[in-house]
Design a protein around this ligand. Structure first.
Ligand code: HSE
Length: 352
């Protein structure tokens, strides 16, 4: 399978490291032999029709700052849209910084990829939260696969769980903690750190967006709420439909006051008729009272009651795991195998 990687920040760099470290296992267990036909970063690209040397790509990116410095395959003067159209590939894997104002350039990249007949995996929230079903519809029309499980919950398979739950029951509502950065800050406020020191630490740990105001103001949470709502309820909601309040007003005193009552403050997103994101006091024993950069979502099911999923919600290697999950899922749909073919195993339906 030939891949084009758009972006080579923490997420796609981690993806390259995983592909290298798990090369044999991915081939033997899943029949996946990925060839990296191109990697584009903010300063250029590296391209090779035979597949780039992944180890060398990682070395050059880490030591020189851009894949454009790779020899002989690096180029500084490339247009990402041309690479998407012209480089032969089965799939585009996009993980550039999220833009929640216009969705660009990710929106144009994904559209171009689908128009060029490429399947797409993305971890980008902007295009999905701003344009509702535009991209999934475009993919459907063209008979292509478009997956974005890394856009909600980092590596925690929140969208995948929702899809599985919806098969056997009906999700009637959900509530969750969707942002690792703000959850980290709120947890650290409880531990006595200042807001600024906690934000600095969240940035250093790679949780925050390139513009951390997106996290602090609740917009990142709202974008994930939109993506999950559209997936769960089949709506065409957009970011502007969510009532959003961030965590700027949460002080150490408010956190201490909540703690005295056995409660914690968490930035909660609520899906349903009145989608909203706001800091809320919740009991310390609530399944949503997760700590550090964790995310958690409780789904209310019509017949089965509530189901909660929690796990790390941010970070390069975590989100890279979600990309690989999506790549393997599409690979299976294109005729690869997943899970491993085992002639001795009972015949069961393929898990997707
Ligand atoms: N900035 C995001 C967060 C990254 O803190 O959750 C994952 O989407």
């Amino acid at each position: 399978m030939k891949l084009i990687l758009l972006g080579c920040g923490a997420v796609n760099l981690s993806l390259l490291e995983i592909l290298l470290a798990r090369r044999t296992e991915l081939s033997v267990r899943y029949g996946l032999q990925p060839k990296i036909a191109a990697v584009v970063d903010s300063r250029g690209a590296a391209m090779s029709p035979d597949g780039l040397d992944i180890k060398e790509l990682i070395r050059v990116k880490k030591s020189k700052g851009s894949v454009a410095q790779t020899t002989p395959s690096g180029r500084a003067d490339v247009n990402a849209l041309d690479v998407i159209s012209e480089v032969d590939a089965d799939m585009v894997v996009e993980a550039i910084p999220t833009n929640l104002r216009t969705g660009e350039p990710s929106l144009s990249y994904v559209k171009r990829a689908l128009e060029a007949g490429r399947n797409v995996v993305t971890a980008n929230k902007g295009p999905l939260a701003l344009t509702a079903d535009l991209l999934p519809s475009l993919a459907n029309k063209r008979g292509l696969f478009f997956r974005f499980s890394g856009a909600v919950g980092g590596g925690t398979p929140i969208l995948d769980l929702a899809a599985r739950c919806s098969l056997g029951d009906r999700i009637v509502g959900f509530q969750g903690v969707f942002n690792g950065t703000t959850n980290y800050i709120l947890s650290e406020l409880e531990a006595g750190l200042s807001f600024e020191a906690a934000l600095r630490a969240a940035k250093e740990r790679g949780y925050a967006e390139a513009d951390p105001l997106i996290d602090i103001r609740g917009l990142d949470s709202a974008s994930k709420l939109v993506i999950l709502s559209n997936a769960v309820f089949g709506t065409r909601m957009k970011l502007k439909n969510v009532k959003v309040k961030g965590i700027r007003g949460v002080t150490k005193a408010k956190v201490a006051n909540a703690a005295a009552k056995g409660r914690v403050i968490r930035l909660i997103g609520s899906g349903g008729i009145a989608p909203a994101v706001a800091p809320q006091e919740i009991p310390r024993e609530s399944p949503l009272a997760v700590n550090s950069a964790m995310n958690a979502v409780t789904f209310e099911l019509e017949r089965s009651g509530s189901i909660t999923i929690s796990g790390k919600g941010a970070g390069g290697k975590e989100t890279a795991g979600a990309l690989l999950r999506d790549i393997l899922t599409i690979h299976a749909k294109l005729g690869g195998f997943y899970p491993a073919r085992d002639e001795t195993a009972p015949r069961v339906a393929t898990v997707v």
